[in-house]
Design a protein around this ligand. Structure first.
Ligand code: SAM
Ligand code: SF4
Length: 329
């Protein structure tokens, strides 16, 4: 699949549920209304849709959410998708998780060919963790990390940089992650969906975080890429990798290789734009995949050049109305 700007699209992120067992302050309002279950694609439909994308050239597939591991019988989907790893059509099957259920599933994920997971942790302080996630427990996530290690899964930690919250903890998180053998990727808050707080109060530019770290550490630019938008440095003093996802301070759209599908089968060609294509109807309209492929081609044909995020000014609404938990991280 090649878009109008000559970019090859070979990376699909699928949000398998909009539900979550956490309520992170930058992601969701505490009182969220979730989609009625009947609107969701079934696991069989998710499999069919992912397989369709793989047939069209997707090499890397990431399951996300909401929290992917709270979707009922999710391992049924993972196991079934693993056939594409075995055939060689798919190069990587991975997921982004909050880690709350990882202790339960790590081993099975490895068995299904998953080799890497992204686990989101914004702080190592138990009380702060509970405050950020509202409903989460850091201890459970730590058990999940241990299980991942035992199972042989490589872990990348994702942390959203939050002004005044984990701002001065980033260095200790980095030394912890690198000491554990995990990469750490920092993310800027993006203006997605209504939340209970004001994002201008949360936004911490990573350019600032990076220059602070550079006063103390040697950050060597790497060409290393994971297929996502992070730019990496190697930290000479720790020997570990540190990634920066900077949608606001540095626009990374020129190398965008991915699209996203929600759990209702809506294809978003860009995380930061409203334009979308429905894949559920074309899938349900016929048993053959012709209509599905037609809808995918038509949508890729209008993948936009990029997003135009700016952090909302105080009091203004978010740039994009839907939450990150709907489109998936
Ligand atoms: N529940 C899983 C998790 O937390 O890893 C997967 C879905 S979550 C939406 C994916 C990633 O998006 C997480 O790392 C989360 O911290 C990040 N995220 C959520 N809302 C965000 C926002 N408004 N701006 C930037 N990152 C956000
Ligand atoms: Fe749930 Fe992930 Fe959003 Fe936190 S960031 S509320 S864990 S979907």
């Amino acid at each position: 699949m090649i878009d109008p700007f000559g970019r090859t699209v070979d990376y699909l992120r699928v949000s398998v549920t909009d539900r979550c067992d956490f309520r992170c302050v930058y992601c969701m309002a505490e009182d969220m209304t979730f989609l009625p279950k009947r609107d969701l694609l079934t696991l069989e439909e998710l499999d069919r849709m992912c397989s369709g994308f793989i047939a069209k050239g997707v090499k890397k597939l990431r399951l996300t959410g909401g929290e992917p591991l709270v979707r009922k019988n999710i391992m049924q989907l993972v196991r079934s998708l693993s056939r594409h790893l075995e055939s060689g059509a798919l190069e990587e099957l991975t997921l982004t998780t909050n880690g709350s259920q990882l202790a339960k599933y790590a081993e099975e994920l490895f068995e299904c060919g998953v080799r890497r997971v992204n686990v989101s942790i914004d702080t190592l302080d138990h009380a702060k963790f509970q405050k950020i996630t509202r409903w989460g427990q850091l201890g459970k996530v730590m058990e999940g990390l241990e299980a991942a290690r035992k199972a042989g899964l490589a872990v990348k930690i994702n942390a959203v940089a939050l002004k005044g919250v984990n701002e001065f903890e980033i260095e200790s998180m980095m030394t912890w992650a690198h000491g554990e053998g995990f990469d750490l990727t920092l993310i800027e808050t993006m203006p997605l969906g209504e939340i209970d707080e004001d994002r201008t109060d949360q936004y911490l530019p990573l350019s600032l975080v990076r220059s602070r770290l550079a006063e103390k550490y040697t950050l060597n630019e790497l060409t290393y890429k994971t297929g996502g938008p992070a730019r990496y440095v190697e930290v000479a003093e720790t020997g570990g990798r540190l990634g920066f996802i900077t949608p606001l301070t540095h626009n990374f759209c020129e190398s965008c290789n991915r699209v996203r599908v929600t759990c209702t089968g809506t294809l978003f060609m860009c995380l930061g734009q409203e334009d979308a294509a429905d894949l559920r109807e074309p899938m349900r309209a016929s048993e053959s995949n012709d209509l599905l492929y037609e809808a995918i081609d038509e949508a890729i044909g209008r993948k936009p050049k990029g997003h135009d995020f700016v952090i909302e000014r105080k009091g203004e609404g978010p740039a994009v109305g839907r939450h990150m938990s709907m489109t998936g991280g």
